[in-house]
Design a protein around this ligand. Structure first.
Ligand code: NAD
Ligand code: WQD
Length: 338
């Protein structure tokens, strides 16, 4: 299939393009490079032996989207493009609603005009409400607590309404838990700009000497070792999940929703120890106060994806750390600027 991949130069989008090519599909990448570098396309080509078409442009540019869909005979869209920093979304909510919500509306209108009816959308576990009942299945209560999370939930509701009004759509929302890891070659991985917000890239930058030590945000949570527990999923498993969801959604009208997670909780301390094993030394840390807005523990029930997609995550914590370390140590400053 010919797949338009919005946000295709980003962390998850670029690795999904690698797995799309491996599965025999043709990705066409659209990205405005707001949070990515064009050099990633060289790495996709190096790994895949095929250089995908890359178009620098904005997902809110309806004319461009329609033109791309027609020129490339697009069969389906995977929509990664968006803004994803929780703290920034509190400070700049209007930008988040514009790019994440309005951007998706423009994309849906362009798809309808071009006759493209299959979409896979990047949603997030952040749509779920705080709960003591674990794991989280897809029908668990919703209640995002910040503007970023609300943009994801709003888009999911828009997709539900669109399918209700026009049952010809096949609209899939994938709720990612915590994506980490890199391509096993060490050629591609996460390249955060500035100080990383998330745990794994921060630990990786400590390991490579770019940061002095990790601050563990709270060790007094009601968890086994007192630190926060999350469901980390290897980005290559996540990428494979997109290929499976695309193949499932294509030609199957309706609104499809899947958790993509491991189904297992890992604490901050467990992650730090596992990374120490991968990089060969104990990594320095201090215990800092809890981070505002953080929950103690949550993880996925990934059963629905296993049953409907035949997909499950199978790369373990050691692989997540080893692959991240390979990427970080080979590319200490991330992708080259070009
Ligand atoms: P990313 O920032 O690496 O990728 C997003 C890409 O979208 C970037 O390359 C960016 O340049 C591009 N982009 C931003 N605004 C755009 C616009 N207006 N037009 C075109 N391109 C634009 O992030 P990622 O981690 O790869 O996340 C991909 C998607 O998955 C996002 O929608 C994110 O919200 C969602 N998600 C990410 C996580 C996570 O922890 N990484 C978890 C759940 C959901
Ligand atoms: C994980 C754990 C922190 C950094 C975020 C978004 C979520 C989703 C995924 C997009 C927590 C602890 C972290 C550090 C630490 N994104 N931590 N020191 O917050 O679970 O999820 O990314 O949809 O919406 O909120 O991920 O990696 O930031 O934190 O101790 O320097 O690591 O307290 O327990 P989070 P994270």
């Amino acid at each position: 299939m010919n797949i338009l991949v919005t946000g295709g130069a980003g962390y998850i989008g670029s690795l999904t393009c690698v797995q799309l090519l491996a599965a025999g599909h043709t990705p066409i990448l659209l990205d405005n490079l707001h949070n990515a570098k064009a050099a990633v396309v060289d790495r996709i080509a190096q790994i895949s032996g095929t250089r995908p078409t890359f178009v620098r442009g904005d997902v809110r540019d309806r004319a461009l989207l329609e033109r791309l869909m027609r020129e490339h005979s697009i069969d389906a869209v995977i929509h990664f493009a968006g803004l994803k920093a929780v703290g920034e979304s509190v400070a700049q909510p209007l930008s988040y609603y514009d790019v994440n919500v309005h951007g998706t509306l423009v994309l849906l209108e362009a798809m309808r005009a071009a006759g493209v009816r299959t979409l896979v959308f990047s949603s997030s576990a952040t749509v779920y409400a705080e709960s003591d009942v674990m794991p989280l299945a897809e029908d668990a209560a919703k209640g995002p607590v910040n503007p970023y999370g609300r943009t994801k939930w709003m888009v999911e509701e828009i997709l539900a309404d669109a399918v209700q009004a026009d049952p010809a759509w096949s609209l899939t929302a994938l709720r990612y838990f915590n994506p980490v890891g890199a391509h096993p070659s060490g050629l591609m991985g996460e390249d955060p700009q500035g100080v990383p917000n998330n745990l794994m890239p921060f630990i990786a930058q400590v390991a490579v000497g770019r940061r002095e030590r990790l601050s563990i945000f709270g060790d007094d949570y009601p968890t086994a070792d007192g630190t926060g527990v999350r469901d980390y999923i290897h980005v290559m498993d996540l990428a494979d999940g997109h290929v499976a969801a695309l193949q499932h959604g294509h030609g199957r009208a309706g609104h499809h929703i899947f958790n993509l997670g491991n189904g297992q909780g890992i604490s901050v301390r467990q992650m730090l120890s596992a990374f120490g094993l991968a990089c060969g030394r104990d990594l320095p840390f201090t215990v800092a106060p809890r981070r505002a807005g953080d929950l103690a523990a949550y993880w996925a029930d990934p059963t629905r994806a296993a049953q409907a997609l035949g997909w499950r995550a199978h790369r373990d914590l050691a692989a997540m750390c080893a692959d991240t370390w390979r990427w970080q140590s080979l590319n200490p400053l991330g992708y080259p600027e070009n």
